[in-house]
Design a binder for this molecule. Sequence first.
Ligand SMILES: [Cu+2]
Length: 367
Amino acid sequence: MSRIVTPFFLATLVPLIAGHGHISNIVINGVSYEGWDINVFPYETDPPAVIAWGTPNTSNGFITPDQYNSTDIICHLSATNAKGHAPVAAGDKVNLQWTAWPDTHHGPVITYLANCGDSCETVDKTTLEFFKISAVGLIDDTDVPGTWGDDQLIANNNSWLVEIPPTLKPGYYVLRNEIIALHGAEEIDGAQNYPQCINLQVTGSGTAEPSGVLGTELYSSTDAGIYVNIYSTLSTYEIPGPTLFSGAVSITQSSSSITASGTPVTGSGSASGSVSATQTTTLGVTSTTSTAITTSQTSATSTFTTFQTSTTSAPTTTATTAISGGSTQSIYGQCGGSDWTGATACNTQATCTSYNPYYYQCVPTAN
Ligand SMILES: [Cu+2]
């Protein structure tokens, strides 16, 4: 069962749970949109409107195969709709800038879209039907465990470039970019899914309306591409999830230069004119995406310091309250905090850990 970690022990635990990754910013035609800042936004009562979906996950955590039927697999842990969206034309490319991705974490990089109907800011995520527009799995297995999609991502400045299918019907879409780390996947439920969602308004004159599948039906824990030993030679690797949309365009990875900082479109505003409105140059002439990385890492470091300070002062009384609870929370689920009314016990592999008085999370007991 769960136990509460003392602040002293937590300080030594932190390096184990930091790592992995998330999307820090999104670049579309040179315009960079801020992602969901896991180091800041989860602690704010009214985080700013960004095009990325929100999550209370502050540890760069992942979703495990035993959660494939839970809503957490859709757009990450307890994800909430992005408050804004970015305009993009069908046929344009979107660059998804991740934080530094560890080279031990081999696996596929998969990208989906799902039509939102009237608004991705208000759509019920459990109704989204995702179709695949890009998927790169095992590229070369000469040197086991091989070269994978996410190795290509690392080589591409930790970013992933995807083209919006030119034939796609205009409308509002959630883009779901996901890395599946397979370094522990030789054991059942050992894979790690890192789904990230952003909201787009696709313009153009296409007519294609691809059918998709619900997020909770994308994968199964026994899929050939999920429950797999990458440390043995693989003759083939079957990328999990539905088949690729026939209108998907395969492109060569490259990074995108940032020429402007974008402001998300909010409300039900249309895309027309909003791109030019966002061309408020902040990063100068042609700075590269590496600028954005340095910035985000700097802020992560400073937040990290603050973070340790605040956990040290977490009141013991609140921690005691968190133990009493009904059902069991899954790994990376919330398990306490001043306004929390859900489960306060973690499953056997996790420990309820206080990050601050407002948020406790089930953190894996061993990495
Ligand atoms: Cu990891």
